[in-house]
Design a protein. Structure first.
Length: 358
């Protein structure tokens, strides 16, 4: 029998299925500035959405921290014990000075925010099934597997969200991961290597970290991009393969890893996608999910420039303006006439896609 967890307690229906906590943000004596990651990115996304009057504090779902018991659904006890060594955390987060801090400080200032984001992804998984869609403004730690972290990823939140759903939610027995972060998602790939219930599609820059050949064997639909790939080619590939993946297998949940490190100029991603290209990409994925009435959970993953927070917010606003996400729509699904109309139009839009993107 699954353990009792606060992460699956009901959330008020008045809330948007958008999950966040101020605890997501990592601020500690400027140490966070030693990694290219904008460690306050998540809070900035929420600020932009509040400025645009899309949400208010009492309308977002407050993320709760994943407990050890929650994490053990996927992680080994050995791995969680390793995180009690500051130098291990320094290696995973790629912030060397963390190695010299007392571990209780590392737990509170570095790992607690990451555990809260992991809790947020698990919560958003259930919300997506209940409401048709959900967005965790953080999470997407796709380089972490059950017994190994890396690349700023200390907890395997994508694996956790899926395993929680499989164990606790009736009718969820197949999942598709659509990983569009610029890096290969080797963590969930290792975790689901021999699990036929999970279909993995991964689109990434073939020339960068992690280059995990073993993990690649788990990818059902692998799209390796060349350095400097631009909008037109990128969006056509994403569209073709998202449609192909969902036609091949209709899952009970889509986990969409929406990294913004594909943005032109990203120091780690090596691709050249415009801000408009990112907004269009998210739209394509949500359209494909909503038109098939498949619940979708989005996590924000990588993105290492100061302007990525604004782009994520713009993308969420665009999804809302198009009727792809909506507070009311959430529960009524695609019976909403606005959505039915949108679905009819989407086929037409996609034929124009190559014209718009160039």
């Amino acid at each position: 029998r699954p353990h009792r967890t606060e992460l699956y307690e009901d959330t008020p229906s008045a809330c948007w299925p958008i999950v966040y906590s101020p605890d997501y943000n990592i601020t500690f004596m400027g140490l966070e500035k030693l990694h290219p990651f904008d460690a306050g990115k998540w809070g900035k996304v929420i600020s932009f959405l509040k400025d645009e009057k899309l949400i208010a504090d009492d309308l977002i779902v407050q993320a709760r921290e994943a407990t050890d018991e929650d994490l053990l659904v996927v992680h080994t006890r050995r791995y969680l014990n390793k995180l009690k060594w500051s130098f291990v955390v320094a290696t995973i987060t790629e912030i060397p000075p963390v190695a010299f801090l007392p571990n209780f400080v590392v737990q509170r200032k570095v790992l607690k925010p990451l555990r809260t984001q992991a809790g947020g992804t698990i919560m958003a998984g259930k919300l997506a099934v209940d409401r048709g869609w959900a967005i965790n403004v953080g999470g997407g730690f796709h380089h972490c597997s059950s017994d190994k972290g890396g690349g700023f990823c200390a907890y395997a939140d994508i694996t956790l969200a899926i395993k929680f759903l499989f164990e606790r939610v009736q009718g969820v027995s197949k999942a598709t991961i659509i990983d569009l972060d610029a890096h290969q998602g080797n963590g969930h790939e290792r975790d689901f290597m021999d699990d036929h219930r999970v279909y993995i599609m991964d689109v990434y820059n073939r020339s960068i970290y992690p280059g995990d050949g073993f993990a690649k064997r788990a990818i059902k639909r692998k799209v390796e991009l060349e350095w400097g790939t631009e909008d037109t080619e990128y969006l056509q590939k994403v569209h073709t393969h998202v449609e192909g993946a969902l036609n091949e297998l209709k899952p009970d949940i889509i986990v969409y890893n929406a990294g913004t490190d594909i943005l032109d100029g990203d120091p780690l991603g090596g691709l050249a996608i415009s801000p408009q290209g990112i907004v269009k990409r998210d739209e394509l994925v949500f359209r494909a999910a909503r038109s098939r009435r498949i619940p979708i959970l989005m996590v924000t993953s990588g993105g290492y420039q100061k302007r990525t927070a604004r782009i994520i917010a713009d993308s969420i606003l665009n999804l809302h303006n198009l009727g792809l996400i909506d507070k009311e729509l959430a529960s009524s699904g695609a019976e909403n006439p606005k959505v039915e109309e949108m679905i009819r139009h989407s086929a037409k839009d996609l034929t124009n896609l190559s014209l718009q993107c160039s």
